[in-house]
Design a protein around this ligand. Structure first.
Ligand code: DP6
Length: 325
């Protein structure tokens, strides 16, 4: 039986156990999945049922500064605010840090800055866990490979394993029970004209976490069994569209993928709906644009907000239609 602890020990077996520096700092970009990760085959190790594929948000993400601390507990600051000990976010990070303490009385002081709204379906946890693992790598001077860091970040939050690289990244689901083959792989693709814009509909933290929603979908949705086949088909289309820079093909597959994911959630028991009336209104506006030959598509994660996909050719038209992006 593999545990997070056993995987961490395996990866760090010949690495330094004590900090090699006073403090360390690292940044990781957020990523938005064009083909979603929705459902785990192993909840403890965050091993997914399917591959997924994302694009990086470049300068948008999370920066962590980390050092050891003299207190009797970890200290966490997020965007200049000290987080209380019983807050879920602090508990989740401290629990993850338990995997890396040189001894049980070793605590961390963490200062985190995100320039994206936290827990509003904008992948803030992905960039946070990726930045955290990068800063730990520097603090302890492990010198892990990006693939090892991706596996370690995955133990914190699945989608974080795609935040180790810029550009387009595929998370290979892997087949091994220990998850050592389940990590991000950067794609050799550049598409300078592709744009992703965020339509903020709700900045509040979501009422149900993606982790809980994902589990409930896998356990109760009768539609979930169709999901892996949908993903296989969407991945082929998305990868081929990236190679040929075909926005129509990319957008259609990404949009269908997001809608299919939300269909599985809606059919779980109890049903899960992240969309708000405004979400549906924007979707209709996107479809109206396409009816007028403006190639724009949407994708949606576990939140009410939408992300628009388009190319620079239509940036002006998009800004005129969606001034809130
Ligand atoms: C809808 O990576 O947040 O954004 O592994 O439980 O931490 P855990 O889940 P998480 O789920 C992300 C779900 C998604 C789709 C995606 O990013 O692929």
């Amino acid at each position: 039986m593999h545990t997070k602890q056993s995987i961490v020990q395996h990866i760090l077996k010949n690495k330094q156990k004590l900090p090699g520096k006073q403090s360390a700092e690292a940044f990781a970009s957020s990523n938005i999945a064009l083909c979603k990760y929705w459902g785990k085959r192993n909840d403890e190790l965050n091993l997914p049922v399917t591959n997924s594929l994302s694009m990086s948000l470049g300068e948008y993400g999370t920066r962590f500064t980390i050092r050891s601390c003299e207190e009797r507990d970890d200290i966490l600051w997020i965007n200049h605010e000290k987080i209380t000990d019983n807050s879920p976010i602090k508990k989740r990070l401290s629990h993850f840090l338990d995997l890396f303490r040189p001894d049980p009385d070793f605590y961390f002081h963490i200062d985190s800055h995100s320039n994206i709204p936290i827990a509003a379906g904008l992948a803030s946890s992905a960039s946070a866990f990726a930045a955290l693992i990068k800063s730990l790598d520097q603090l302890f001077c492990w010198e892990c490979t990006d693939t090892e860091l991706s596996i370690l970040a995955r133990l914190g939050s699945g989608s974080a394993c795609r935040s180790l690289w810029p550009g387009f990244v595929e998370w290979q689901k892997g087949t091994l029970d220990n998850g050592m083959d389940s990590h991000g792989v950067p794609l050799n693709v550049t598409w300078a004209d592709l744009r992703l814009a965020i339509v903020m509909i709700d900045q509040n933290p979501k009422t149900i976490s993606s982790r809980v929603a994902m589990k409930s979908t896998v356990d109760t949705s009768p539609l979930y069994r169709a999901w892996p086949d949908c993903v296989s088909q969407h991945l082929v289309e998305i990868k081929s569209a990236l190679m040929t820079q075909d926005i129509e093909k990319l957008g259609r597959a990404a949009e269908q993928n997001a809608l299919a994911m939300h269909a599985t959630m809606m059919s779980s028991q109890p049903g899960i709906i992240y969309s708000q009336p405004e979400t549906l209104k924007i979707m209709q506006q996107v479809w109206q644009c396409r009816a007028e030959n403006i190639p724009v598509y949407f994708t949606q994660d576990a939140g009410a907000n939408l992300k628009l996909l388009f190319t620079t050719e239509v940036t002006d038209a998009i800004l005129a239609r969606f001034p809130q992006v």
